[in-house]
Design a protein around this ligand. Structure first.
Ligand code: FES
Length: 274
């Protein structure tokens, strides 16, 4: 008997099965682990980042500690209330609340509209669907063609904003080699800021929008050899975009935490100088 004649065969429903994850699924594996981990990590990050952005202190370990370490959540520190030494020279006098709130919208907008994170939080928080071959929790599917989800298209612009912040955080990492009052040196904080900047660059250059920007629009690679080479280089990085997304997300929070612990005097930033 052919499959088409088999009355017990699972019916194929175009657009996916709807009705929620309580409907039976043929999957025997623990498909729910990934959504649970995603919800846990993203919720923890949002809670920590919100607290760190509003607390408005201990974001800069400066000359009094012979260090030049600034939290990535507060860089560039542009307001008049920034602690001395933490701002790059430009001061906005009209902004009176936490300087982190002025800048976090750009890196968070970049992550919120990221193609990978969209997949992750649509599945985990919205259950649309929770996993492959598990029923979608919603009755209809409208994609990202309507308000507010069509705003996700701004990702390509947030990509450029992300590059600007990568440059700034790279400068911060280089500046962290300065140890005011003692000279040039390397400390744990220097290494932390360097790794943070490197991971953020890996996250950005593995971005789908970046890969498309570099090679996606080329009609004939034979006539665009440089773009082809860049595209070929970025493609394996793009395949690991999810890994860079999680690593950079967790590490940027750990970097803020490390600077915070040093700046508040809870730990000493061990290192040496020349
Ligand atoms: S697709 Fe994730 S940062 Fe662009």
């Amino acid at each position: 008997m052919s499959l088409l004649e088999d009355a017990t065969a699972t019916p194929v429903v175009l657009g996916g099965v709807r009705g929620g994850p309580d409907l039976p699924t043929l999957r025997q594996d623990r498909w729910w682990v990934q959504p649970v981990v995603t919800v846990t990590v993203l919720t923890a990050f949002v809670a920590y980042a919100t607290w760190a952005a509003f607390v408005n202190k201990d974001y800069f370990a400066g000359p009094s500690l012979h260090r030049d370490l600034i939290s990535p959540f507060y860089s560039p520190c542009l307001t008049e209330s920034c602690v001395p030494g933490s701002h790059p020279g430009t001061i906005l006098t009209w902004w009176t609340i936490s300087p982190a709130l002025l800048i976090l919208i750009f890196p968070l907008g970049f992550r919120l509209t990221c193609y990978y994170y969209r997949k992750a939080y649509y599945r985990s928080f919205w259950w649309a669907p929770p996993a492959c071959a598990v029923a979608d929790a919603h009755g209809t599917y409208t994609g990202e063609s309507r308000f507010p989800l069509f705003f996700q298209n701004v990702h390509r612009y947030f990509f450029f904003a992300g590059l600007v912040f990568n440059v700034i955080l790279t400068i911060d990492a280089v500046m962290a080699f300065r140890q005011p009052g003692v000279g040039i040196g390397i400390s744990v904080g220097t290494v932390v800021l360097c790794i943070n900047a490197a991971l953020l660059w890996m996250y950005s250059i593995s971005c789908h929008a970046c890969r498309h920007l570099c090679g996606g629009g080329a009609k004939q690679f034979s006539k665009a050899p440089v773009r082809y080479r860049i595209w070929k280089t970025l493609t394996p990085l793009n395949a690991n975009h999810m890994v860079f997304a999680w690593m950079s997300l967790v590490f940027v929070a750990l970097t803020d935490l490390y600077v915070r612990l040093v700046a508040s005097g809870v730990i000493h930033d061990y290192g040496f100088h020349f």
